[in-house]
Design a binder for this molecule. Structure first.
Ligand code: AMP
Ligand code: ZN
Length: 465
């Protein structure tokens, strides 16, 4: 097992990584709220999750990774009021929340696949785990952390000693920062909803000890991480925006329930900016992978663009920047792929290739320094062309996921018609949703078109028959 160092948001230090039960590493990543397309900022955070998982696997660990799909409970306002984002989208598009969730989940997994982001071992939908959430809230109430008001069950943050330890804010800061409570029955303005009681016209609601209702957003992650990973686990990831509220609340809920520390290592990906500022619909700068592809950029050029900035630094997206990354990526890939047919290296070059290989591995093991690793890969690509470079790049693709070994023109995927790819993506999404009937029906359709699907752990492969 290779030695790994990661920066822990909780301690603000780089620490040597020691998992609880090696060779397994248990890990939870906050997933998307599937009411809209994932934008390139969201996807940067999943590229970071992927860099981490690939590094752990390369280092010799077996990852047990959970990613949630939030399909209920994420309200328009973080202050526990406003409509559920899923319900708003459903009404706007005249669909059911389930249809909205199925559609955007499918597109999300297609984006992950295009970016060579390995699918986590466990993908958990919030609506499949409501019982566990209710049970969690019940225990918090029994332990005196939860209390009931007319509109829901709330967590009393003053009862939890460590509140604010992740973002290093104290309760007074949290109280001052919270919006003036609309719900005057809350004990403190920063108390947050564990469970909301549903109005009659609320579309998604479940029976609970407190009447019909639906879970709060934060409880989803606490309940699902506990269900799949147990009462302590190794790593929790997300974007930096989640540190002050969502993850602070997760810590409060989970530690209040367990009575001890639950997550050993908190890792957060910095934000992506666009043209130096925030992405926003009003500025028209919220881009998806499809938008980039429509402008002629490949998803893997975007992956290269992400890898080239350390996950703890802000990444400013501009089309000029992406264009530069795409040129660099194509050059590197062409140089490496050309080595497939090159002769074996002389002893001196072989030694240098090995040195670069080791430098790349050392870089990623040091808090995922992928920008340095890419720099070392460039140095390797400039050595006299030899078969060893190709072999090293193939092995190192387990880390990079950039397919540097494959000639640019010869991606097998590109020869598969769009119609077939779309059917296969729909089938994969159906499988993830355990919708076996749809999945089987789509397999038959693909079969008729002359394609067989081979399912793997982290995706599928299409084979022309
Ligand atoms: P959401 O679907 O809004 O819960 O966001 C999904 C993930 O994307 C979360 O981990 C967020 O922290 C992350 N995220 C949101 N906006 C950005 C951004 N501009 N840059 C990087 N990550 C982001
Ligand atoms: Zn979460």
């Amino acid at each position: 097992m290779l030695t790994l160092q990661f920066y822990n948001t909780l301690t603000r230090k780089k620490e040597q990584f020691t998992p609880i039960a090696p060779p397994e590493v248990s890990m939870y990543s906050c997933g998307p709220t599937v009411y809209n397309y994932a934008h390139i900022g969201n996807l940067r955070t999943y590229v970071f999750m992927d860099e981490l998982r690939r590094t752990l696997k390369f280092a010799g660990y077996n990852t047990k990774s959970v990613m949630n799909i939030t399909d209920v409970g994420h309200l328009v306002s973080d202050a526990d009021d406003g409509e559920d984002k899923m319900q708003t989208a459903a009404k706007k598009q005249n669909k059911t929340p389930e249809e909205i969730a199925a559609y955007y989940s499918e597109v999300f997994f297609k984006d992950l696949k295009r970016l060579n982001i390995l699918t986590p071992e466990i993908v958990a939908k919030a609506t499949d785990n409501i019982d566990e959430m209710i049970e969690f809230v019940k225990v918090l109430c029994e332990k005196g952390y939860g209390y009931e008001t007319d509109d829901g069950i709330y967590f009393d943050i003053s009862k939890f000693d460590g509140y604010g330890k992740l973002s290093r804010c104290n309760i007074e800061d949290a109280l001052a920062g919270a919006r003036v409570a609309i719900n005057t029955q809350k004990r403190h303005p920063a108390d947050f909803a564990l469970w909301k009681k549903a109005e009659k016209n609320h579309i998604m609601q479940w029976r609970s000890p407190w009447g019909m209702g639906y879970p709060g957003w934060h409880i989803e992650c606490s309940a699902m991480s506990r269900k799949f990973l147990g009462s302590t686990f190794d790593i929790h990831t997300g974007g930096v925006d989640h540190i002050p509220i969502h993850h602070e609340n997760e810590i409060a809920q989970s530690e209040a329930l367990e009575g001890h520390k639950v997550v050993n290592l908190w890792m957060h990906g910095e934000f992506m900016l666009v043209d130096g500022g925030k992405m926003s619909k009003s500025l028209g700068n919220v881009y998806t992978i499809d938008d980039l592809m429509a402008r002629g950029y490949s998803p893997l050029a975007f992956r290269y663009f992400c890898l080239n900035t350390h996950y703890r630094n802000k990444l400013n997206f501009t089309f000029d920047g992406l264009s530069g990354a795409a040129t660099a990526y194509n050059r590197l890939r062409s140089a490496v792929a050309a080595c497939e047919t090159a002769d074996k290296a002389d002893a001196d070059t072989a030694k240098k290739v090995k040195k670069q290989f080791d430098a790349i591995v050392a870089a990623v093991c040091d808090d995922l320094n992928y920008p340095l690793a890419l720099g070392e890969m460039w140095t390797m690509s400039k050595l006299p062309a030899c078969r060893e470079i190709f072999d090293a790049a193939k092995e190192l693709d387990r880390l990079f996921g950039l397919e540097l070994y494959a000639p640019l023109e010869a991606k097998s995927e590109e020869t598969i018609p769009d119609e077939v790819k779309q059917l296969a993506d729909r089938r994969f999404a159906a499988r993830l949703n355990k919708d076996w009937a749809t999945s089987d029906a789509l397999r038959v359709e693909l079969d008729k078109l002359g394609y067989a699907v081979l399912d793997g752990k982290s995706g599928y492969e299409l084979k022309k028959k």
